[in-house]
Design a protein around this ligand. Structure first.
Ligand SMILES: Cc1cc2nc3c(=O)[nH]c(=O)nc-3n(C[C@H](O)[C@H](O)[C@H](O)COP(=O)(O)OP(=O)(O)OC[C@H]3O[C@@H](n4cnc5c(N)ncnc54)[C@H](O)[C@@H]3O)c2cc1C
Ligand code: SF4
Length: 332
């Protein structure tokens, strides 16, 4: 681990000032991802600013929707009665995240900004443009069954591993931030960047900006919604592929659909062809399968990740079937 200056802050202004002074400063929340990266020498900041004592952990319903503090623990959000009842896609995504121990430490903001699970990035030695700009991309040259199917570049084919981000994209959530230029909100879809030629720039956040909360519009609570995930083992594992679906239904007919895919791109990815196909139709098993196939539209496999394409179709189908069961009043 490279030595760094450690600052524990009690107010957002001090955190922002540290971040604005030195763009290489990293914020520490629950530490479940960052500490590993520091220990392995993958992150080498001059300064670490511990924001865990900031008052950003409340979960509150407002007239417009739901506001979840960025420092709320995943376990508390997953168990929150209103979130389970009205935003079940969030509760389901968090319920399938990591393990109970990790969920007790990990925070909402940290989950969204966790780094990729690309093995070459994490091994600390292989050429990797994200870790060592200009060194090359071992995943593109080597074997990577996890690589992105959408939005990848010559420079990087990594995927974003968050379960939560996928559910939030399907619910049209926003991320609220505060920084040197004041407060602003970022639609979830614009929080993460595609890799392009600069895969080390992963989010839209400016130096010194802290995520304070996640906002989910009230309209999302009225939708049928589901989250489904496929992984190599039944717990304690990031997604191989995942999908979140939210449907606005009027007397059983789909008026609007949002489908988000996970672990298939550098950011959570909208399946827009499948969304369009659902509009004006009634959800049933056949339509769920048709939309699952449509969700693979535009996928660009490289060598060893083509197996994720049929898995993606199945996981979207499963999430839509869950919505159909909810519609039919079947709790299973
Ligand atoms: C064994 C294991 C299994 C896991 N399995 C899964 C899984 O199945 N699915 C899944 O989605 N995740 C999984 N995770 C990832 C885990 O959910 C994240 O590590 C965790 O959510 C990160 O939150 P944290 O508070 O610990 O963030 P930290 O590790 O403290 O920080 C992570 C990043 O976020 C930044 N950051 C944190 N909070 C803020 C903020 N408020 N404003 C600005 N920047 C901020 C930090 O600077 C850092 O870059 C797993 C982790 C482990 C260790
Ligand atoms: S896919 Fe991205 S993170 Fe993985 S080795 Fe290539 S540049 Fe690095």
């Amino acid at each position: 681990m490279q030595p760094f200056a450690y600052h524990k802050v009690r107010d957002a202004e001090t955190a922002i000032a540290h971040g604005a002074r030195d763009p290489q400063t990293i914020f520490l929340a629950g530490g479940t991802d960052l500490v590993q990266l520091l220990e392995d020498g993958i992150s080498r900041p001059q300064g670490v600013v511990d924001i865990s004592a900031l008052p950003f952990d409340a979960i509150a319903t407002t007239i417009d929707g739901l506001r979840i503090g960025a420092l709320a623990k995943l376990a508390d959000v997953a168990d929150h009665a209103e979130i389970r009842a009205r935003y079940p896609a969030i509760a389901a995504a968090l319920g399938e995240t990591a393990s109970p121990m990790v969920r007790n430490m990990a925070t909402m903001g940290g989950n969204l900004l966790q780094r990729t699970r690309c093995l070459y990035f994490r091994d600390g030695v292989s050429p990797c443009n994200k870790r060592a700009p200009g060194s090359g991309c071992s995943a593109r040259l080597g074997h990577d069954a996890q690589a992105a199917l959408f939005g990848a570049s010559e420079a990087c084919v990594a995927t974003h591993p968050s379960d939560l981000a996928v559910a939030l994209l399907a619910l049209d959530a926003e991320v609220l931030v505060v920084g040197p230029s004041g407060e602003r909100s970022i639609p979830l879809d614009r929080l993460h960047r595609l890799p392009g030629e600069t895969p080390w720039i992963e989010s839209d956040l400016e130096p010194g900006e802290v995520i304070t909360a996640i906002f989910v519009p009230r309209e999302a609570a009225g939708r049928a919604q589901a989250y489904a995930k496929l992984r190599h083992r039944a717990s304690f594992e990031w997604p191989l592929v995942s999908a979140a679906v939210s449907l606005a239904l009027v007397e059983g007919t789909i008026e609007d659909a949002r489908i988000a895919l996970g672990a298939v791109a550098h950011k959570p990815w909208r399946a827009e062809t499948a969304e369009r196909l659902l509009i004006g139709r009634r959800i049933d098993d056949a339509l769920a399968r048709e939309a699952g196939e449509a969700a693979t539209d535009g996928a660009r496999p490289i060598a060893e990740n083509a197996a994720k394409i049929p898995l993606m179709a199945r996981i979207v189908t499963r999430a839509l079937q869950d919505c159909a069961r909810q519609q039919a009043g079947d709790p299973s």
